[in-house]
Write a protein that binds this ligand. Structure first.
Ligand SMILES: [Zn+2]
Length: 204
């Protein structure tokens, strides 16, 4: 199995990646600027674990300058937490997300800086204006969708919305399956949007 942000078998991720690379001319340079401390925290939470994605798997940028961050996109990995981090760190994997939340305890890892463009949506325009959050789980297995997972993710999303002035609503906090042209079905019917949005509003 591959995480939801896998490059294949869909060609769309690959095309998105190529488009993004063509736009920036920084393909596979391997010399991205040194990493400052991750910024993906909200009040009351520890710093995320920093597990950087390989430089081939995202586009360096300087958001929100020139490219405002306007939405959060919710994913489910279809992979374990450690395997997802391993794949994002693999050179040439050509997919990534900003954050990955672990199911059992809500532990948070950050793989791409928010100013950079992670390749998670399968749609270059949406990648450029969003933050991608992966949730450890499988779309057809309820046991992954723990309260800890929802709470930590909701706290993160609330912090992102505060940081960039993003409205806390379902037009700006969407699932991967709601991205135009997306051929992925995550986060799937087991993802409890009402519960999640309630938690995001409470944390906001
Ligand atoms: Zn996804």
């Amino acid at each position: 199995m591959r995480p939801c942000c896998s490059p294949g078998p869909s060609r769309r991720h690959l095309l998105t990646g190529i488009a993004a690379l063509a736009a920036t001319g920084t393909a596979c340079s391997g010399n991205a600027t040194p990493s400052p401390a991750p910024t993906g925290t909200g009040p009351g939470y520890p710093q995320p674990q920093w597990v950087p994605a390989a430089a081939t798997n995202y586009t360096p940028a300087d958001r929100p300058d020139g490219h405002p961050v306007r939405m959060v996109i919710v994913h489910v990995t279809q992979e374990t937490f450690p395997d997802t981090l391993m794949l994002f760190g693999r050179p040439g994997y050509r997919a990534s997300a900003h954050y990955v939340v672990r199911s059992e305890d809500g532990h948070l890892a950050q793989c791409v800086r928010e100013r950079d463009v992670a390749w998670h949506a399968g749609n270059a325009a949406y990648n450029w204006r969003s933050i991608g959050i992966e949730h450890e789980g499988r779309v057809d297995e309820p046991r992954w969708f723990t309260q800890a997972l929802y709470e930590r993710s909701a706290g993160l999303t609330a912090a992102i919305c505060r940081r960039y002035g993003i409205p806390v609503d379902r037009r700006h906090i969407i699932g991967h399956d709601e991205v135009p042209g997306a051929d992925h079905t995550d986060p799937g019917p087991l993802w409890d949007w009402a519960r999640y949005m309630r938690l995001v509003r409470a944390a906001f």
